[in-house]
Design a protein around this ligand. Sequence first.
Ligand SMILES: Nc1ncnc2c1ncn2[C@@H]1O[C@H](COP(=O)(O)OP(=O)(O)OP(=O)(O)O)[C@@H](O)[C@H]1O
Ligand code: SF4
Ligand SMILES: [Mg+2]
Length: 396
Amino acid sequence: MSGPIGGVPASGQPGGLPGSLEPNSEAPVSDASAAPAVNADAEQVGEAAVVESVAAARGPLMLEAVGLGKDFKLGRGAVLHAVRNVSFGLYQGAVVALVGESGSGKSTVAKLLAGQERRTHGTITLEGKPVEIHGGGAFRRYKRQVQYVFQDPFGSLNPVHTVGYHLTRPVKLHQPEVKDARKAVMALLEQVRLTPADQFVGKYPHELSGGQRQRVSFARGLAARPTVLLADEPVSMLDVSIRLEMLNLLDDLRKRLSLALLYITHDIASARYFADEVLVMYGGQIVERGPAEDVTQRPAHPYTQLLIASAPDPDNLGSVLKSANVATGGGAGRAGTVKSSTGGPAPTGCPFSNRCPLAEDKCKQNNPALQLLSSNRAAACWRLDVAAPQLAGGTV
Ligand SMILES: Nc1ncnc2c1ncn2[C@@H]1O[C@H](COP(=O)(O)OP(=O)(O)OP(=O)(O)O)[C@@H](O)[C@H]1O
Ligand code: SF4
Ligand SMILES: [Mg+2]
């Protein structure tokens, strides 16, 4: 039922080791011109675990990233490792949640998958075929199949154009065979439950609520008839009261259209509710992954434990935290979000080492690879025996 996700060296990417950390940056930075003394071997931690995805039980593998990495050149030799060695799959009809705090690299992963950013490392395959980022017809077809819905429904619609205009353009572009574009637009509006559709088609963005604008954004993404939808914080800018309604809509679209869905969020509580599999990101890396229920009820990585302990979920998500080793520490921000008090991830070793209460010398020098906790769960931490003794013993 489930398919393996490729194992790759955890930090064996070319492009320089993380070195000094730029002020205000959230991801590790290396400075090629003035690299501090870092033991290169210490970063070579061998093969990451091959983790089966629970999402594979829903349907076939659509999109797969293996060893995905993105470095941003910041000038004067400094490089920001925004995404490092990220591997996962998106499966037809399944939701995979990418969870992490601001700056952890979530949107960059989505942009790499959407072809909006050029990857520095790794491979992407769509239905088994390698994807090359260039301007050819194959890439245009890829971009049609893999749609990215932006996190800002307010900024992504042009205030001078109607809903109908916003939807007619992608319909004409992506469905050239359609004779009656207006009819197709009406069908899209109905699909996202903006009904009666004829009352919405002539409206301008300022005449819509936040939730209605987000529905237009979804409709615009669906106009391309994608098989993969990358939803980047689709509810974070909406009133709490309508978030659940919006997630229900996305879930309904996933089912009806058999979409492979990447759900990006700060809010690990909503990931539990909504996703099949959860990937927890920190400092550009996946630090924990597994079935949503398991990860949220029995978090293994100290960072996941911290996220869950800060999540204002009525079930308190992880009652397991009563016995966890990690206190919530520095104040929580948005739901399930913990603000860094140290200015970002550690530049060397485990990215969480400058915030982790369990950190020891090894953590500051060596970046741990994902280790299997069971066939479909993994965490990247040297001290899982202490952080999650009930899991690390292989008794999952
Ligand atoms: N074009 C760019 N040039 C340089 N740095 C960038 C660029 N885009 C993103 N970054 C940096 O990469 C890191 C990851 O950014 P990203 O937007 O992926 O984070 P995120 O997890 O989506 O955060 P948020 O939750 O705030 O949306 C951040 O440090 C960000 O400043
Ligand atoms: S490797 Fe060390 S610093 Fe990193 S999460 Fe585990 S215990 Fe904490
Ligand atoms: Mg983002």
